[in-house]
Design a binder for this molecule. Structure first.
Ligand code: BES
Ligand code: MN
Ligand code: ZN
Length: 479
């Protein structure tokens, strides 16, 4: 998809359709929508009246211009409540434009930056959100389709987006947002592709190779590979145990982004189980169907590093994951085994399906050795988190209120929702072990919290946040 921000009037642009916007219950047609209505001799306001178009978010009408304007059609799209309008509204609008193009077989669109005309949003933010929405909605995963599919004629896809503005400030600050939107969307699409790739092809070694692809000249990124030997030398026996039932050797990646002027150091740790069968505590068939997604945390780390190469923040970033496959092979770790993490903590395995926390124990200890100012882990850790918060919302658990508040703020701004769950210490009781320092599971209540309490043992005093992304890591249906 090609997205351009250019100077000009959308009414004069030749294209398949013109996107016009309308807030909910607006009394009059203003701005571009009003101007288009005049060009069409009041036809738009007449249609609004006739079809009782209210302007609810995502509500839309597509109608032909009958040669009254250069665009062949007009799509009138509702912006919803003016008071609730924000960057996420614009992101959704990007998505609607892609959907409408598919439904109506249109390939090019002309639009303004939503919310800029009414000063509801700065041009930079609007351009970024619109770009993200367009690219992310347009993203598809066709790698595994066969020859027949590739020959078939595809429905028309949105290929060309003209963003037209006349306002000087919009033209000055818009391009920055457009650029940022492209970078972030491309990072997200990379993460999606890695998650969507079947486990047979996205093995631990392959996942680490994907991380190494990010080392390009001038990116300030390096990547240390922690192969099995290194992991053994470091004493990562917890992570090594999880990998034992698989034919694939475990392997870790330690990415570092080091800018010239570094003000802070952060470590981002991702869960990297390339397939989670449950191990000897085998999952039921249905629960296993989507378990290729169990490396989504690591995919986020890789996506992040792709974005860092362009965004170049003045922060040193460590990206760490230990890739393993959780399988029930003959040398698999067993329920009842005791394994020792890198910091010496002994873990009694009660359930081999609680493998994420066992691998993360070593990853977090290793990350903390980099002396970061803060650590964040992303992990598809518990089904319990999906039960609690559903597929759209990730769980946030933290030992640091300030960090938590910042993440909640960022979640709102980016439309990637987080909800905080408490790290309630009394819930540690059932995960205390009789024979080791800690059990890897205990009881079936508050599973997401218990998972996080387990991880907390391995972060010391470092400000840390755990994001349980089991729900949002995978979208079964279109949103
Ligand atoms: N990878 C799963 C969690 C998961 C479930 C991710 C559904 C995405 C969707 C994790 O390793 C797991 O199996 N967790 C167990 C923990 C239990 C044994 C304490 C779970 O959630 O059932
Ligand atoms: Mn599991
Ligand atoms: Zn898992």
């Amino acid at each position: 998809m090609n997205i351009e921000l250019i100077q000009g009037n959308i009414l004069e642009k030749t294209c398949d359709f013109l996107a016009l916007y309308q807030f909910k219950d607006a009394k009059r047609l203003t701005g571009a929508t009003g101007a288009a209505d005049q060009e069409m001799a009041g036809a738009i306001s007449a249609l609004i009246e006739q079809k009782s178009f209210a302007g609810k978010l995502g509500e839309n009408m597509v109608f032909p211009t009958f040669g009254k304007m250069k665009a062949r059609s007009v799509a009138l799209i509702g912006l919803g409540d003016k008071k609730k309008f924000n960057a996420d509204t614009v992101r959704k609008i990007g998505g609607y434009l892609v959907k409408l193009s598919r439904e109506h077989r249109m390939r090019s669109v002309a639009t303004n930056l939503p919310g800029v005309e009414t000063a509801s949003l700065p041009a930079c933010e609007s351009a970024q959100a619109l770009t993200e929405g367009l690219l992310l909605a347009g993203h598809q995963f066709h790698t595994y389709k066969g020859a027949q599919f590739k020959k078939e004629k595809k429905p028309r896809e949105l290929g060309q987006v003209f963003i037209l503005e006349t306002d000087k400030r919009a033209l000055k600050f818009g391009p920055e947002g457009l650029e940022a939107g492209c970078v972030l969307a491309e990072a997200t699409m990379l993460a999606r592709d890695l998650v969507n790739t079947p486990s047979a092809d996205m093995t631990p070694a392959q996942l680490v190779e994907e991380a190494q692809k990010l080392i390009v000249r001038g990116s300030n990124i390096s990547c240390k590979v922690l192969d099995q030997k290194v992991m053994e030398r470091l004493g990562m026996n917890a992570a090594l145990s999880v990998a034992r039932g698989s034919q694939y050797a475990p392997v870790g990646a330690h990415l570092v982004y080091r800018p010239k002027n570094s003000k802070k150091t952060v470590a981002i740790v991702g869960k990297a189980v390339t397939f989670d069968s449950g191990g000897l505590s085998l999952k039921p068939a249905q629960s296993m169907e989507t378990m290729k997604i169990d490396m989504a945390g690591a995919a986020s780390v890789i996506g992040l590093f792709k974005a860092l190469t362009v965004l170049k923040p003045e922060v040193t970033v460590h990206g760490i994951f230990l890739a393993v496959e959780n399988m029930p092979g003959g040398s698999a770790y067993r329920p009842g085994d005791v394994v020792t993490a890198m910091d010496g903590t002994t873990i009694e395995i009660k359930n081999t399906d609680a493998e994420g926390r066992v691998t993360l124990a070593d990853a977090l200890v290793y990350a903390n050795k980099q002396k970061p100012d803060l650590m964040i882990d992303l992990a598809t850790l518990t089904g319990a988190c999906v039960v609690a918060l559903g597929e759209d919302i990730a769980g946030l658990m933290t030992n640091n209120e300030r960090l938590g508040q910042k993440l909640l703020r960022a979640a709102k701004d980016t439309g990637e929702l987080l909800w905080e769950l408490p790290l309630y210490e009394p819930y540690m009781e059932p995960i205390k072990s009789k024979i080791a320092d800690i059990n890897n599971t205990g009881g079936c209540e508050a599973g997401a919290i218990k998972g996080a309490l387990f991880l907390k043992l391995f972060v010391g005093d470092t400000p840390w946040a755990h994001l349980d992304i089991a729900g949002p890591s995978y979208a079964e249906k279109e949103t």
